[in-house]
Design a protein around this ligand. Structure first.
Ligand code: SF4
Length: 376
């Protein structure tokens, strides 16, 4: 393995990593899910059921309400201190005009140096679409070719007509070592870099065929990484090195333990309320007060407007017992937020009001996903 170097981010590389990856490992890239539409059906597709095939937009975990006016995108970029964005999907070229519009908006707002890269399969690539993206200001394009369809690899050459960084990014799929070598033979003198990702099993994987049903196994009990993916990727890096192709292997640990963690830590500093405690990993510890029917995991089918009205009634009751500045009415998750100290000290009072007190540790993301809920 002398040719392959382990980075400080739990990944492996031969040569420098791309500019897009450099910002990503520091948690400075916003993940812009531009559409769930995609002409392909990869058996390892990691996109979840509520996104795949739907023309929805997310800035990190934040769903954009009106894609024609993506105010949440700008806000999310600010809150996470993003210095760039990675446009993903689906296949972003399914809605190339939206990609171009957002690239222009981000560059206008955050400056030309705001680095933007985009992932696309090769199916929808043509000169006209690439030209549009280039003229909008895209800095880096990454292709995700179908390993079983060599004919389409030719499309990749079209990207060389423009002055941007060109890469190929695919998962390292056990059983596909020889095919991936063939791809490396084809691309080594046509692209600037190759990125391999550790293949992961996922709870939400529609995968079009679920990976575990195809016999792929997790490498250990604590990881979603697929057995054999990492070992194969290291061998492929050596092969790429022999072809003088710069290559990077991004592990599952890098994604969750470094990239996402850093982004979370950056965001928590900007969104923490005065009640919150921030953990080392950037999660927020807070006191929450729920309507019984809206405890985390409950009430998905209830009428949100009615629940909001009910929350307001309870707010007035809470204000008979607590100071206004100590209780925040959270209309997004339909609950009250306060300090962990307040809920601990006043558990019985809150329960007598017909509410449910809890100490919650949650992500500082737009979906405020609860990592842990301790009911009192
Ligand atoms: S992995 Fe990407 S290209 Fe393949 S089906 Fe999923 S979204 Fe489409």
């Amino acid at each position: 393995m002398e040719n392959v170097v382990k980075t400080q981010y739990y990944s492996y590389c031969t040569g420098n990593i791309s500019k897009g990856c450099e910002l990503c490992v520091h948690g400075r890239k916003l993940v812009l899910f531009i559409t769930g539409l995609c002409p392909r059906r990869c058996f390892y597709c990691p996109v979840s059921e509520h996104k795949f095939g739907k023309d929805v937009v997310y800035a990190n975990e934040w769903k954009i309400k009106d894609p024609d006016n993506p105010v949440e995108l700008m806000e999310e970029a600010k809150l996470t201190g993003a210095r760039g964005a990675g446009i993903t999907g689906g296949d972003p070229l399914s809605n190339v005009d939206r990609c171009c519009e957002y690239i222009k908006l981000l560059k206008e707002k955050f400056g030309k140096e705001f680095h933007i890269h985009l992932y696309t399969s090769l199916i929808l690539v043509n000169h006209e679409r690439l030209k549009k993206l280039y003229e909008a200001g895209l800095d880096e394009i990454r292709f995700h070719p179908d390993l079983d369809d060599e004919k389409i690899w030719e499309n990749l050459k079209l990207a060389r007509e423009f002055n941007w960084d060109v890469g190929v990014e695919i998962p390292s799929v056990p059983g596909y070592q020889e095919k991936t070598k063939e791809l490396i033979d084809f691309i080594h003198d046509k692209v600037d870099f190759l990125n391999l990702n550790e293949l992961e099993l996922s709870d939400t994987q529609i995968g079009h065929y679920k990976l575990n049903e195809l016999g792929f196994m997790p490498k250990d009990i604590i990881s979603y990484g697929v057995k054999g993916s990492a070992t194969m990727a290291i061998k492929l890096l050596e092969y790429a090195k022999g072809k003088k192709l710069r290559a990077h292997f991004c592990t599952a640990k890098l994604k969750d333990g470094v990239q996402v963690k850093k982004r979370i830590q950056l965001r928590s500093k900007n969104v923490a309320l005065k009640f919150d405690k921030i953990t080392e990993d950037g999660l927020l510890v807070r006191g929450c007060i729920y309507l019984p029917e809206l405890k985390p995991g409950y009430g998905k089918n209830l009428d949100r407007n009615k629940m909001k009205e009910k929350l307001k009634v309870f707010y007035n009751r809470l204000l008979n017992n607590f100071k206004e500045e100590d209780i925040l009415l959270d209309e997004v998750k339909i609950r009250f937020i306060t300090s962990d100290k307040l809920v601990k000290k006043n558990t019985e009072v809150i329960k007598k009001l017909g509410l449910v007190p809890a100490i919650v540790e949650e992500y500082p993301t737009a979906d405020a996903f609860e990592a842990e809920v301790e009911y009192l």
